[in-house]
Design a binder for this molecule. Structure first.
Ligand code: AMP
Length: 149
């Protein structure tokens, strides 16, 4: 028989459906007695994509503030899920690249994403979710989020 999951990585962008995604990850971790880790990536691309042209993508002051705010939200969400601090990760960069990198480095065997995040329901599958599904070396669960939820 195939062994169950041992290390599940929950990714979150703190959007309104993230509780639903988190609950599914928590349930699976309980079911498999797996370690559950939580990752948020502070996306530095909006600054690079700014309508004001090629702004330096890594403004230290702005990034510091975003990271500080994100760290608090991450800690609050992790506390609710009973995830200890050594299983909480905060990265700065491209969400899809960082999710793949952290998953590989931490020997994750299941990545949990929402089918959609902050970028809304205009696509069949969000672009981060899509990229993670394409590039991950492990299983990926895209928790289906619908309009009416
Ligand atoms: P998207 O494809 O951007 O609509 O987002 C789909 C899912 O990808 C979200 O529900 C999250 O699970 C994950 N995700 C998106 N952005 C981030 C981020 N900045 N940090 C961590 N996970 C993210």
């Amino acid at each position: 028989m195939m062994a169950g999951y041992q290390h599940i990585l929950l990714t979150t962008d703190f959007s309104k459906c993230s509780q639903q995604v988190a609950q599914r990850a928590r349930d699976l971790a309980n079911l498999y007695h797996a370690r559950l880790s939580l990752l948020h990536v502070v996306d530095n691309l909006p600054i690079a994509d700014s309508v004001y042209g090629p702004v330096i993508p890594f403004d230290v002051d702005i990034t510091d503030q975003l990271v500080e705010t994100a760290r608090k939200r991450l800690r609050a969400m992790a506390d609710e899920l009973g995830i200890p601090s050594d299983s909480q990760s905060l990265e700065v960069g491209s969400p899809q690249l960082e999710i793949i990198r952290v998953a590989q480095e931490s020997e994750v065997d299941l990545i949990v994403v929402g089918s959609h995040g902050r970028h809304g329901l205009s696509l069949l599958l969000g672009s981060t979710a899509n990229a993670v599904l394409h590039h991950a070396k492990c299983d990926v669960l895209a928790v289906r989020l619908k309009d009416d939820e």
